[in-house]
Design a protein. Structure first.
Lengths: 265, 271
């Protein structure tokens, strides 16, 4: 047809034609099977829309005043929990991250530390919190333990990746002076990972505060407990106030922590 | 890095005296803050329960073993639901995040005064509310079930993907856009031929990363009734059926490790 006219066509994203068609087939079968196996009760959703509207309108106007004491107490409790949990978590993560760095640890320690990290990363904070509340009773202590343990998975994983990337010659220079193992880590490794270390701690502080709002729902203390109590009492105006407070504090914390991280870089 | 002379020999120290004092002051203040916060927490703790917790833990472990392996077969459907919540939720989240990211990136936004702050506000508020809280609200609106979970995960993903994506858009190479512009392309063509190919790698890695996170999040939205394996977990803990709970926990670990493995594979294949 167009023997003389040259037409440019965009290259397809995946070069192999078979793979391209195969992927489309796989995705569409997947979507179809999801659609077939998921029960969606449209009746309930239609019923739910006016109910949802009432529910959302019940949040207005947010009531900061009636329970202001409880809201304030909840926020401060969350803040203490966050600070203590971040510090404890980081202190535990340091040996774990040294153990999980391939270039430092022997094979046995490496696999052990990786196991600890995977275990801590697999469970969401809320699931851990359920168990610690059961073991240690309600209150901020259980929440603190939860947050510290989940800090390990995050912190040790990222820090150990950074330790694996260090400049070997610097570490070797320290070793050649005849340093002990601790001196070697302290003078050869630690200065190289310090910027990342500080950045990660600030980032984790930010995450821990956010999570502290949720673990309160299962009894871990903090602002989440205030939120849960407000829901249980059907005081949706107070709940709205708590949500607004959480969002604004998260915004402030996130803004400061990202600003600080930029400063350090 | 000062060298300190003593009577008959010199020693090297990492910091001079002033820096040393500063460091000690920081450590001192840090310890002070830590102990203050810890004191406040401990005043609200019933220590008897904490000191007794190892007995409780042993008791719990004793009840969890041996796991009731037959129970796994009833878990297949909830696991499938959890995977679907994560996958469909991520898809919906990223699809909504794309236009938001274009609206909030400095170099592509149509109006800096009005639309950009609005889009940024959507991104930030989606990020600051945890998916469990989203699920809590949505269960009340659309009823308990998988749909509430999908929407909750989707809403939460918008902020995450939107933020990372608009940062990627702001870092694109302007020269390529100029080259496309020079051919006389219109706005839509600049978008598809100039910007999209540049952010496509970032987009895929962001959505895969978010999918990996969402698998974890999808395990907990069920605790408030939004479908998936969390519903089973909540029910079995409520029944104190610990031998079944351990099976669920194992299933969660397997699902998470599996998702991490797949993510690593896909990332390697793409990059």
């Amino acid at each position: 047809m167009n023997d003389k006219k040259v037409i440019w066509k965009r290259k397809p994203l995946i070069k192999n034609r078979l793979l391209r068609i195969g992927l489309i087939l796989i995705i569409s079968t997947y979507l179809l099977s999801v659609f077939l196996t998921t029960e969606i009760d449209w009746q309930r959703i239609l019923e739910g829309i006016p109910r949802g509207k009432n529910f959302i309108f019940a949040f207005f106007p947010p009531d900061f005043i009636t329970r202001s004491d409880e809201i304030l107490a909840g926020i401060f409790e969350s803040l203490w929990m966050t600070i203590v949990a971040t510090i404890v978590g980081i202190l535990i993560s340091i040996p774990v991250s040294l153990g999980a760095a391939k270039n430092i640890a022997p094979k046995f320690v490496y696999f052990l530390s990786r196991g600890v990290i995977t275990l801590s990363r697999s469970f969401q904070e809320v699931i851990l919190a359920i168990f610690f509340v059961k073991l240690m009773g309600f209150g901020p202590f259980a929440g603190m333990v939860t947050l510290s343990l989940s800090t390990i998975g995050f912190f040790a994983k990222l820090l150990s990746e950074d330790i694996e990337d260090i400049n070997k010659s610097q570490a070797e220079a320290i070793k050649s002076t005849g340093s002990s193992w601790f001196q070697w880590v302290n003078y050869g490794v630690q200065p190289q990972v310090m910027p990342r270390f500080i950045g990660l701690s600030l980032y984790r502080l930010d995450i821990n505060f956010r999570e502290s709002a949720v673990i309160g729902i299962v009894g871990g203390g903090g602002i989440g407990s205030t939120l849960n109590t407000a829901f249980d009492r059907y005081e949706f105006e107070t709940a709205a106030a708590v949500l607004i407070v959480i969002i604004s504090i998260v915004m402030i914390v996130e803004y400061t922590s990202s600003h600080l991280r930029k400063l350090i870089k | 890095m000062p060298i300190i002379k003593q009577k008959d020999y010199k020693t090297w120290k990492k910091f001079d005296r002033k820096r040393d004092l500063q460091n000690w002051l920081c450590w001192f203040l840090g310890t002070l803050i830590f102990s203050f916060c810890f004191g406040l927490i401990s005043s609200k703790t019933i220590w008897f329960y904490v000191f007794d917790s190892h007995n409780e833990a042993l008791d719990l472990l004793g009840r969890m073993f041996p796991p009731e392996t037959n129970y796994f077969f009833t878990l297949i459907k909830p696991i499938w639901d959890t995977l679907n919540i994560a996958t469909i939720g991520t898809t919906i989240g990223t699809l909504i995040a794309i236009p938001l990211a274009f609206l909030s990136a400095n170099n592509t936004t149509p109006s800096k005064k009005f639309l950009r702050p609005l889009a940024l506000f959507c991104i930030v508020s989606s990020r600051s509310i945890n998916s469990v809280i989203w699920a809590l609200l949505l269960v009340a609106v659309v009823g308990p079930g998988v749909l509430a979970g999908i929407i909750a995960i989707g809403l939460r993903s918008i902020g995450f993907c939107g933020k990372l994506l608009y940062e990627a858009i702001e870092e694109i190479d302007e020269n390529q856009i100029e080259a496309i512009e020079a051919t006389g392309a219109n706005k839509a063509q600049i978008m598809t031929f100039g910007i999209v190919p540049q952010i496509l790698p970032a987009f895929t890695s962001i959505s895969i990363y978010r999918w990996d996170i969402n698998i974890r999040e999808a395990t907990v939205v069920g605790l408030v009734g939004a479908g998936g394996i969390g519903i089973e977990l909540d029910a079995q803990i409520g029944d104190l059926a610990w031998a079944k709970v351990s099976v669920i926990l194992l299933a969660i670990v397997v699902a998470v490790v599996f998702s991490e493995w797949i993510t690593a594979k896909i990332r390697k294949a793409i990059i």
